[in-house]
Design a protein around this ligand. Structure first.
Ligand code: 6PG
Length: 251
């Protein structure tokens, strides 16, 4: 049981987008060929938008079996799904509306509920019902897409948040002081159970944290991204040259 970590560096964010889009579709095809389905968790934020648009633009000629893909979200803002801040809204507009998906396989995070804790527990139950578990009994997504904040947050696991330390629950809804809002998010155990995770990081402002995550054993204390080390899967960091500049992977 081990993490297989790969680092892919492309000169620009634009070049990285097409490489990551190809990776995403390749993992989906492999999962469907292996098991007949694919469980995919999408990331929010701005970085993945280009990948979503690229996949949407090439979907017609691509042979990706999207109708067999179950779509989840790794985190969500505490807003209605039709709010421009919603990760569901962003992914639906840029990607899902352009794909031949099975609408019954799309599972938005219920982060707009009055009772967010109840919503998190319900989402966890849905994941347990849809996504096959690994030998530890944790649902193992075929692919989780992630970004990373300049503070080293991943999904909505922010530095100093109690959610980062969660070891039992798979989905929680912590208050995030730096945002002054609550979020709903996968926890480390669920992220680390993935068969594959692709972390898309671009920009100079993330170069220092990227270096820390890759090299500093103490980074786990302050950079939640450093805690993502798949139990038995492939962790791919996909960086542009700017984000890789302070790492050993700089060209
Ligand atoms: C969100 C994301 C979040 C994102 C990082 C990086 O809801 O905002 O899920 O975790 O991946 O904040 O965001 P950028 O890609 O915008 O830098």
């Amino acid at each position: 049981m081990s993490t297989n970590r790969r680092v892919v560096v492309e000169p620009s964010a634009e070049q990285l987008i097409s490489v990551v889009a190809t990776m995403v579709e390749s993992v989906i095809c492999e999962a469907v060929a292996r098991s007949g389905t694919c469980s995919l968790a999408l990331s929010g934020g701005t970085t993945p938008r280009g990948v979503y648009q690229h996949i949407a633009q090439t979907a017609v000629q691509a042979q990706t079996p999207w109708s067999a893909v179950s779509i989840f979200w790794g985190d969500e803002r505490d807003v209605p799904h039709d709010n421009v801040e919603s990760n569901y809204h962003m992914a639906t507009r840029l990607l899902l509306d352009h794909l031949p998906l099975d609408p019954h396989r799309i599972y938005p995070m219920p982060a707009d509920r009055e009772d967010l804790d109840d919503g998190a527990a319900e989402y966890e139950e849905t994941i347990r019902q849809v996504v096959p578990a690994n030998d530890d009994g944790v649902p193992a997504f075929d692919l989780i897409l992630l970004g990373m904040g300049a503070d080293g947050h991943m999904a909505s696991l922010f530095p100093g948040s109690s959610a980062v330390e969660e070891t039992q629950r798979l989905v929680v809804a912590p208050f995030v002081p730096v945002l002054g809002r609550r979020r709903m998010t996968f926890t480390v155990p669920l992220l680390n159970a993935a068969r594959c995770a692709i972390v898309l990081v671009t920009g100079e402002d993330k170069a220092q944290v990227m270096h820390e995550v890759f090299t500093d054993p103490a980074a786990k204390a302050t950079r939640p991204a450093a805690r993502i080390q798949l139990t038995d899967g492939t962790l791919i960091y996909a960086l542009d040259a700017a984000a890789a500049r302070q790492t050993a992977y700089a060209h």
